[in-house]
Design a protein around this ligand. Structure first.
Ligand code: ARG
Length: 589
């Protein structure tokens, strides 16, 4: 289904053409003066320069040409040369009826099966998740869902950090704690136990302890390095420990991501890239891209028009340890070979900007990724606490996702119990659903690149630009619909959605008509906050309509039926949007 803006522009084109102007001037936008009109066209201003005429004259010719057009109730030229447009109620109602009938409410599936890798989540195995991982998971999940909804073949990959120094640290700490384990017996030749030598609880304790120790104890640090290198070069006993670490952590990570409503198509990691690296390095050398510099192997990535000097990408350090960039390049080779994506999207915090510039440039320079394949790094800001510093938990420690979610759920639970009469059990269930919406919407409603403050009280509020407010609106519609059903009524089949009879009703329709456009733009710009802004305005529009309209007391059956259809459409659009954002509405709240 055509976007409304496109349809209006198409109606304007013949009016430009008939007066001798190029029809490309018929561009239409939402009005920035909603008090004066609903849409506007500024094309006459641009045309004035090209045709050396007064803008107002061109605008008047176009507006006059369109007077009486069934799409508009009013189309006027105003100084200095704007064309102000009000849509006719009939036309708008027709648009609503088409939305109601079309699959996905008339959304155009622009993706056409194009394959997109979304690299998000990025947890580091056996290390605590931090707020950056939380943001990456929340933003990435919504980007993936949105793309999928638009018809792209989205493949989400968690890209675990599973090959770094943390592994050596854990191995050596384990040796100190349990020196008798067979993994540390060099003469052991049997099979390794299937049971892991630690639980997830112990593992969570081992890493921070080892990390702290390595900061004070140089020899321990050296041992951890050594163990990491040994693991990376395939030393069997350490590979066996590594596998235990992976198994135990992965189960826990899946649980954590699951409670966030985040799922991945691929659970790959840096370790999966390692087999590509020897050939990769050789190839980069053969192509004359990689060269020795101070004992390391590097590739220059600077380009002439760079605004600042960019350092070369280090491919191999003198000690031969695996590097973050090299792993990412190996991963790209793996993805090209197995998936051949048309587009790459990586979602990490903005401190990784240089890393991705380097990786993308090497990948293109070496010809691993086609020149015209977009490689996009979506950079997000920090989630800060109220003190303006990166968010910490109440006790000041690193954030544990479970605790964060738990805190939000408790706060929502208390709010529900304060003024509601639902059972504690139902309140618990509902609190979980609302809590997730509060957390995700609190994050997604900000432009990703900006830092934002994690303000629990605001996020869980049922009023204002919050997740719970959106859910509250959906629940309110659900309750009207179930009352309508309880009245034993049925929708009138002949009339559909009727032309609006009030400002509030028309405004609700105008908002709904933006849906198609918003979804497409929000994916194009990778900006889920635009969907949030849209559903916030839509919820407001609905609530104004609801407050000014007696829906259930309406006596004209056709009119009432039209109202019911309109709010059902509103609910459908809201539910579609929150599903894309990655959360759901409860039945009651
Ligand atoms: N594990 C990384 C980190 O914690 C994030 C991974 C992002 N993805 C990537 N392909 N490098 O910072």
């Amino acid at each position: 289904m055509k976007k409304l803006l496109t349809s209006i522009a198409e109606a304007l084109k013949p009016a430009f053409a008939a007066n001798g102007y190029d029809e490309s001037y018929a561009k239409v936008t939402l009005s920035n003066r909603p008090d004066l009109c609903e849409y506007q066209c500024n094309g006459a201003m641009a045309a004035a320069k090209a045709y050396k005429k007064k803008p107002i004259d061109i605008a008047s010719q176009v507006a006059d040409h369109l007077s009486g057009h069934p799409m508009f109730t009013r189309i006027t030229a105003v100084m200095p040369g704007f064309i102000n447009i009000r849509l006719s109620e009939e036309y708008l109602a027709g648009y609503m009826n088409s939305m109601e009938k079309e699959p996905k409410f008339g959304l155009e599936e622009t993706g056409k099966g194009e394959r997109v890798i979304v690299d998000y989540g990025g947890a580091n195995v056996a290390k605590p998740l931090h707020v950056g991982h939380l943001r990456s998971a929340i933003i990435g999940e919504s980007v993936k869902r949105l793309g999928r909804f638009l018809g792209y073949d989205m493949i989400g990959d968690v890209h675990l950090g599973d090959w770094g120094l943390q592994m050596g640290l854990i191995i050596e700490e384990l040796r100190d704690r349990q020196p008798d384990l067979v993994y540390f017996d060099e003469s052991y030749e049997g099979a390794y136990p299937e049971e892991p030598p630690f639980t997830i609880g112990e593992l969570e304790d081992i890493y921070p302890a080892a990390s702290a120790k390595s900061k004070e104890d140089e020899t321990f640090k050296a041992r951890a390095h050594e163990a990491t290198l040994k693991l990376q070069s395939g030393y069997k006993p350490f590979k066996a420990i590594w596998q235990h670490i992976m198994n135990v952590s992965l189960a826990d990570l899946k649980k954590n991501y699951g409670s966030l409503g985040v799922t991945f198509d691929l659970w790959k990691g840096e370790s999966d890239a390692q087999s590509y690296i020897p050939d990769l390095i050789e190839d980069l050398q053969k192509k004359g891209l990689a060269y020795e510099s101070q004992g390391a192997l590097v590739v220059d990535i600077a380009q002439e028009n760079d605004s600042k000097e960019l350092p070369p990408c280090i491919i191999r350090k003198s000690d031969g340890a695996a590097l973050y960039a090299t792993s990412d390049l190996g991963t790209i080779l793996d993805r090209e070979k197995k998936l051949a994506p048309n587009r790459y999207i990586y979602i990490t915090d903005k401190r990784q900007e240089l890393h991705f510039i380097q990786v993308f440039r090497v990948a293109k320079k070496a010809g691993y990724v086609k020149e015209d394949t977009p490689m996009i790094h979506v950079m997000f800001g920090t989630m800060n606490g109220k003190d303006g510093k990166p968010f910490k938990t109440r006790d000041g420690g690193v954030m544990r996702l479970e605790n964060l979610i738990g805190e939000i759920n408790d706060a929502v639970y208390e709010r529900i119990m304060e003024n509601r009469t639902v059972s504690a059990e139902e309140a618990r269930k509902t609190a979980k659903i609302i809590g997730l919406a509060a957390l995700k919407y609190g994050d997604l409603s900000n432009q990703a690149s900006k830092d934002y403050v994690f303000d629990m009280d605001r996020f869980i509020s049922f009023e204002g630009n919050t997740g719970p407010y959106i859910l509250y609106t959906i629940v309110r519609i659900k309750s009207i619909l179930s009352k309508y059903q309880d009245m034993g009524k049925e929708l009138s089949q002949d009339s559909g959605i009727l032309p609006a009879v009030s400002e509030a009703e028309k405004n609700l329709m105008l908002l709904l008509a933006r849906y198609n456009e918003v979804m497409e733009n929000s994916f194009g710009e990778i900006a889920p906050h635009k969907i949030c802004q849209f559903i916030y305005e839509l919820s407001d529009g609905f609530n104004k309509f609801y407050n000014s309209t007696m829906i259930l007391k309406e006596e004209d059956e056709r009119r009432q039926s039209s109202y019911i259809r309109l709010i059902t459409l509103t609910k459908g659009v809201l539910e579609t949007c929150i599903d894309v954002l990655g959360f759901q509405a409860p039945e009651r709240m």
